[in-house]
Design a protein around this ligand. Structure first.
Ligand code: AQP
Length: 321
């Protein structure tokens, strides 16, 4: 059973992506699981092409530096030809109404001028991502569940109308873990595309930057650390980050620290040590473009080959050659 997960190069990878997703992918992923950098999804709104390209390379390097086997990883645009062809076949299987019903499309297009067609059709590209690779499970949050349901509906319709080609995918809930919150506004989750970066720890931040950001983290009044996510979300966030980095329970860890300052120092050092090997490995890979290119080409070749028979069967069955 293949599980497929993606990460979009909408910004530099941050601590939440690492603790909530990538670290688990490396530690718990099955031998057939696939991880891809969804750079084509990053083209559906206004973007900077050079930045997107450089972020995609950085994310690929970081997935590998995090311990995911290089043969499980690829970049989406490296198989753009295959995905483009399958997207077309699936668009010929999808109704306009189905695409227009997607909640994300409604939300993201609301009140926007010049909405790109790709914002409407990107769930079909996502279906192609899933169906080309023959993924059986796609771990997604609530916001993406509807898109995986669409992929499932399209697979079912295609198989029923033209012939059995696609594995039926299903959305599964990712293993639950604490959501890392923005250090400056703990009511929001930490995000790689946050406008204000003061509350976001990036995996590639230097240790001193990490110390500075954590020292400035919002801690909601009081004098001693206590774990109370409802009433003290900033403090709870720091304790959860510490627990994720060092093990232990946030409510127990809270008792070890006499002051906010002491807790923040401990959180900063724990985060620096947690991220150090990933940062160093990523920097080393980025400094070796020939090696990164070799891994990247091999990943793309495998991903294209994995889907080749599905794409050619689907094209033939729908009436192409
Ligand atoms: N703050 C977070 N805490 C725990 N997990 C997180 N993830 C993201 N933020 C946190 C997990 O990272 C994986 C990859 O994320 P994505 O690229 O699919 O997009 P996202 O979830 O929308 O992540 P960001 O950083 O917030 O990106 P932008 O700013 O583009 O929206 C997912 O598994 C996600 O759960």
């Amino acid at each position: 059973m293949i599980r497929l997960s993606g990460i979009t190069p909408s910004g530099h990878i941050q601590l939440g992506n690492h603790l909530g997703a990538i670290r688990r992918w490396a530690a718990e992923g099955g031998p057939e699981d696939l991880y891809f950098v969804s750079d084509m999804h990053g083209m559906t709104t206004t973007h900077n092409p050079a930045r997107l390209r450089s972020l995609a390379a950085e994310q690929l390097a970081m997935l590998i530096a995090s311990g995911i086997a290089p043969e499980r990883v690829f970049v989406q645009s490296d198989i753009a030809r295959e995905l483009g062809a399958l997207t077309w076949i699936l668009e010929c299987t999808c109704s306009y109404g189905e695409a227009a019903r997607m909640i994300q499309f409604k939300e993201k297009s609301k009140g926007q001028a010049g909405v790109r067609l790709s914002l409407l059709t990107y769930p079909v590209l996502m279906a192609a991502d899933i169906l080309l690779q023959g993924a059986g499970e796609v771990p997604v949050g609530e916001d993406q569940r509807q898109h995986v349901e669409l992929a499932r509906a399209l697979a079912k319709r295609f198989n029923g109308t033209y012939g059995d080609v696609f594995t039926m995918p299903k959305a599964v809930l990712p293993p639950s873990g604490a959501r890392v919150k923005d250090l400056a506004d703990p009511t929001r989750k930490m995000s790689k595309s946050a406008r204000d970066e003061v509350g976001v720890v990036f995996v590639l931040d230097e240790p001193d930057q990490i110390r500075r950001k954590i020292r400035r983290a919002v801690t909601d009044g009081g004098t001693r650390p206590v774990f109370s996510p409802e009433t003290r979300p900033g403090m709870a966030n720091l304790l959860e980050i510490l627990a994720a980095c060092t093990g232990g329970k946030p409510e127990v860890l809270a008792e070890h620290f006499p002051s906010y300052g002491a807790l923040k120092e401990a959180v900063a050092e724990a985060v620096i040590e947690e991220l150090r090997p990933v940062r160093e490995g990523t920097v080393a890979l980025l400094a070796d473009p020939a090696e990164l290119d070799r891994v990247r080409k091999a990943g793309a070749a495998r991903a294209a080959e994995r889907g080749e028979h599905r794409l050619s069967s689907a094209l033939r069955l729908i009436g192409g050659n």
